[in-house]
Design a protein around this ligand. Sequence first.
Ligand SMILES: [Zn+2]
Length: 442
Amino acid sequence: MSILIKNILLQQEITDIFIEGNSIREVGKSLACTAQKIIDGKGKAVIPGLINGHTHAAMTLARGYGDDIPLEQWLNERIWPYETNLTPEDVYWGTKLACLEMIKSGTTCFCDMYTYFDSTAKATEEMGLRAVLAATMFDYFDKKQAAAVKQQMLNCFGRKKKYGNRIIFALGPHAIYTVSTDSLRWCRNFAQENGLFIHLHLAETQSEYNNALQQLGLSPVRYLHKHGLLSPRLIIAHGVWVDEEEIRLLADYGVSVVHNPNSNLKIASGYQFKYEEMKAAGITVCLGTDGCASSNSLDMIETMKTAALMQKAWRFDATAMPAEEVLDCATVNGAKMLQLNIGKIAPNCLADLCLVDLNSPAFTPNFNFVSNLIYAANGSCIDTVICDGKVLMENKYVPGEEEIMQKAAAVAYDLMKKPTNVIAKNEANINENKDKRHNEQS
Ligand SMILES: [Zn+2]
């Protein structure tokens, strides 16, 4: 398949883009190529497909199910009971819905962490997006569960070949407070042997930081350093609670950090994300939405705006995180983190790109396109999405979108009707885990 996009705005200039197979072949004025499909770019601008560095795609099903309540209560009473009832079919439809939402708001690649790897992979592949899918691991410091979850990882790893090149398997140990040291070390070795990414939540909340100090005698980053987890293939979500020395450690080992501003703000986990310090240290900082249960939307344009505003607000500095830089975080930095040839509109890059509809108040006047994109628009400005050289959305329509919304809503309503008598069990687990963690360390 070849596509020629004519007369599109790219970095303040009108240009043409020629796509052949899954790559961008040429970018230039009035290209004299012929193509199987011609897209008229008049009145539109082109941006690289956005990269969502951290999400839990299928959590779209829990959107709006438990807002404005404290984090522990939210986990204990809403999220964990709900997740205990999840089936592979639910995760499949939840992921389809997430992919639909991502396409409609300009995301072409995402880094996910969730259960039922095959359901997520199948849905993502069908929707045409590119993704690093980290299969979640929890062992709650229980040896039996650790053995079972390691076997699960081996099985998923064995099945990853079933899926095409757009689907990349990764290990997803959930966090240091839900996964034992032994399992984390196992992840380190397995990832090293097989060239896999490890994606985990780290230094998200102050209580995680304080508990690590108390129970492990080390802060979260130092603990991972001690056990040899820090590497360029480690992707940490959050990294809000880190000090200067920890930033240095993350930089020295080439660890990437995904900032999730909407999630951090909404569940009140912290807002002083040290972007400037991380950038100065040379860390690759990317952006993510986190799952829809915590941040409610997968709109990366909204995420970019929040990230920029949050930096300016807590630093009392209007020059912090300018629009061009925040766009880089969601494109080139994401590509660097995932070690993929995406995030740019240039010859020989993979053809992951979005056309933005300029015919809206948000782009009028259009003195500065990037400024309008970040500060005035939102995901609904995306008109056309191409991923891996295939058109996934044209004129704001994704084929089959009605069925996806219908099915996903149906499984979500059914899920919430299922009995949630696991609340007490989960609470008991948490207390038991605290003891086990204590025993493991002592
Ligand atoms: Zn998360």
